[in-house]
Design a protein around this ligand. Structure first.
Ligand code: GLA
Length: 404
């Protein structure tokens, strides 16, 4: 009896530990690179290796960008045992060889599939093969799965069942695999994705490389940003709202994000604001530009350590709007150690000046110091913040209440 109890106790400890392990897979929003907008259907082994090399060399890995995510179009088909295999011309050495290489660089590899019979691009999906596909991914050493929803029924019950089926299959492999749910926010996944095993879930459609599209079929950065309003209560260290990829630095060159050149990209100010807003939202920071050739300005935007620290803050709070004054929007994000990040954002087409009393208008009581998170400046004994913001620009302040 004693031995039986001891065995049950150790099984309990092991299962708590492994549940903890899965639970703790994304204690902060994942950061990395995704293949979709740069290479679409040409994703291949060589490019992935070059991207990994570049991210090690240029310091992005050290800054936290650790996932290399293969998006749609990698599948070649199923073999005679129903196992997925990659396109043999583009992945001549198989997927495990890619994973081994990426891991040898201290990075992690993600892959893509779909809850329907075919993916959004029309190659083989996982519907009906969830268990075998999850096993295959685990055997290859895959660390992250983005699971799309093309070719699947509209209703939320089926979506939950299909996502949970893959979530359970991933969990059953025993290999920690981040599970990214991508049904474009249509069925309010923030309410059920965690129960399906998800670690992050897209809250909207695909972002295009445009500030504002004024078209709800093709979403611009502003349309996506506005969709995050009110979702802050669902984000945290156990799962994240995902407002889609960062367009920063694409300048209209991303294939699907510009829809073959239809969207010409954004200005540098807009990309800077896009990055800052995604950090305020505790969003996953997944770039999809060619990191082998980054210009200095884009590099500075993506490597802003203070903004990354706000995104990756351990409390895991998503920022939310506290004030709108004309075209100015103010967001607040609570941070570890009673720090607070405040973002003041000019939505208008013209420069706008601002002047806020930090107690009365921003609700911050005894800040001992304030830092401008983009310009490496700090002040003490501050009663108000003021300045001028160019069109679409923002400024992020970090208030520190204990003078650290
Ligand atoms: C959907 C997803 C995109 C991308 C494409 C690939 O549109 O939302 O992020 O993965 O499919 O086909």
């Amino acid at each position: 009896m004693k031995r039986f109890l001891a065995l049950m106790f150790s099984l309990l400890i092991v299962s708590i530990a492994s549940a903890q392990n899965l639970y703790n897979l994304v204690p902060t929003p994942p950061m990395g690179w995704n293949s979709w907008n740069l290479v679409e259907k040409e994703v291949n082994e060589q490019i992935l290796k070059e991207i990994a090399d570049a991210m090690v060399k240029n310091g992005m890995r050290e800054a936290g960008y650790q996932y290399i995510l293969i998006d749609d179009f990698w599948v070649g088909g199923r073999d005679n045992q129903n196992r997925l295999f990659p396109d043999q011309n583009r992945f001549p050495n198989g997927m495990k060889a890619v994973a081994d290489y990426i891991h040898s660089k201290g990075l992690k590899l993600g892959i893509y599939s779909d809850a329907g019979p075919l993916t959004c691009a029309g190659v083989t999906g996982s519907f009906g093969f969830e268990t075998i596909d999850a096993k295959t991914f685990a055997e290859w050493g895959i660390d992250y799965l983005k699971y799309d929803y093309c070719g699947a029924p509209e209703d939320v019950e089926t979506a939950f069942t299909r996502y949970k089926k893959m979530g359970d299959a991933l969990r059953a492999t025993g290999k920690p695999i981040v599970y990214s749910i991508c049904e474009w926010g249509h069925r309010k996944p923030w309410l059920w994705a965690k129960a399906a095993g998800g670690h992050l879930w897209r809250t909207g459609g695909d972002s295009r490389d445009v500030w504002q599209s004024n078209n709800f079929t093709y979403l611009g950065i502003m349309e996506i940003f506005d969709q995050q309003e009110g979702l802050q209560q669902y984000a945290g260290p156990s799962g994240w709202n995902d407002p889609d990829l960062l367009m920063v630095g694409l300048y209209g060159k991303g294939k699907s994000s510009s829809l073959e050149g239809r969207f010409k990209g954004c200005t540098t100010i807009e990309y800077r604001t896009h990055f800052a807003l995604w950090c305020m939202l505790a969003a996953p920071l997944i770039v999809n530009l060619d990191v082998r050739n980054i210009d200095d300005t884009t590099y500075q935007i993506l490597m802003n350590k203070e903004l990354i620290a706000i995104d990756q803050d351990k409390l895991g709070k998503q920022g939310y709007t506290i004030l709108r004054k004309g075209e100015l929007q103010v967001l607040k994000k609570e941070l570890e150690g009673d720090d607070v990040a405040i973002c003041i954002f000019n939505r208008s087409e013209k420069p706008v000046s601002f002047n806020f009393n930090i107690q009365k208008e921003l609700g911050i009581w005894f800040p001992l110091s304030v830092r401008d998170a983009s310009n490496n400046k700090s002040w003490k004994n501050v009663k108000k913040v003021n300045g001028i913001l160019q069109s679409h620009a923002c400024i992020v302040y970090r208030f520190n209440n204990f003078g650290k």
